[in-house]
Ligand binder design. Structure first.
Ligand code: T5A
Length: 209
């Protein structure tokens, strides 16, 4: 049986995840690899409903622990309903954000205790660990400007202070330093073609292992 692989594309807001994932879709299709493209929060009917709650700006204040549990609940459903079955079928799973986002945003930026995050993440992922996490690293001010130019309204987390978004960015870089065998940081301030070229190289390297 083919071995499934899980690749996470994560990083700063507006760094280009959606754009990169589109190119990765074409690349894997060209290589005739069966792949599942999915996202967090979301990826399942339950997860997409939770996503609306998490990202909407009209629901009033959300307690940090509520936010954490909603991200974890969406992930628990996503892992069991979509990701594990796809990996068992030998597919490449490409996920837009995963548990690395919870560590960056809810621990490094929001300040929730690491043990709490780890306990909930462990429960949600059920022993699953991505084979590769690509962090698209970008100054949040540049990322927000890109999102603005694209014409989208900012979501609840993008409306956090710049200090919060800077701490989340630092959280990704810290995770990458701690897990160099699994994390690759790509400078997302480069021209798009360079970013795509680096991403495809890293993915091809994983596929050859
Ligand atoms: N979150 C998520 C948590 O707090 N905890 C968690 O556990 C999880 C899972 C989710 C939010 O939830 C938080 C993190 C987030 O705040 P999201 O939709 O995943 O939201 O995240 P966003 O980063 O907000 O996603 P965006 O869709 O806004 O940004 P992308 O996908 O990173 O960027 P993209 O590809 O749409 O590009 C933005 C614009 O930049 C251009 C593109 O053409 C586009 O117009 N662009 C470039 N321009 C110049 N040079 C480049 N290299 C470019 N690359 C792209």
């Amino acid at each position: 049986m083919n071995q499934g692989r899980m690749i996470v594309i994560d990083g700063s807001n507006g760094a280009g995840k959606t754009t990169v994932i589109g190119a990765l879709r074409d690349h894997l299709e060209y290589q005739r690899r069966e792949a599942l493209f999915t996202r967090e929060p979301g990826g399942t009917p339950i997860g997409e409903k939770i996503r609306k709650i998490l990202l909407s700006t009209d629901a009033g204040e959300m307690a940090p622990v509520t936010e954490l549990m909603l991200f974890a609940a969406a992930r628990a459903q996503h892992v069991r309903e979509k990701i594990i079955p796809a990996l068992q079928a030998g597919k490449v799973v490409v996920c837009d954000r995963f548990d690395s986002a919870t560590l960056s945003f809810q621990h490094y930026a929001r300040g929730l205790p690491l043990e709490l995050i780890t306990t909930l993440n462990d429960l949600a992922v059920d022993g699953l660990q991505p084979d590769l996490t690509i962090v698209l690293d970008l100054d949040p001010e540049v990322g927000l400007a890109r999102v603005g130019e694209r014409g989208n309204n900012l979501d609840r987390l993008e409306k956090e202070t710049l200090d919060f978004l800077h701490k989340a960015r630092e959280g990704y870089l810290a995770q990458a330093r701690l897990n160099p065998e699994r994390f690759v940081v790509i400078d997302a301030s480069q021209p798009l073609d360079n970013v795509l070229c680096e991403v495809l190289q890293v993915v091809d390297h994983l596929m050859q292992q």
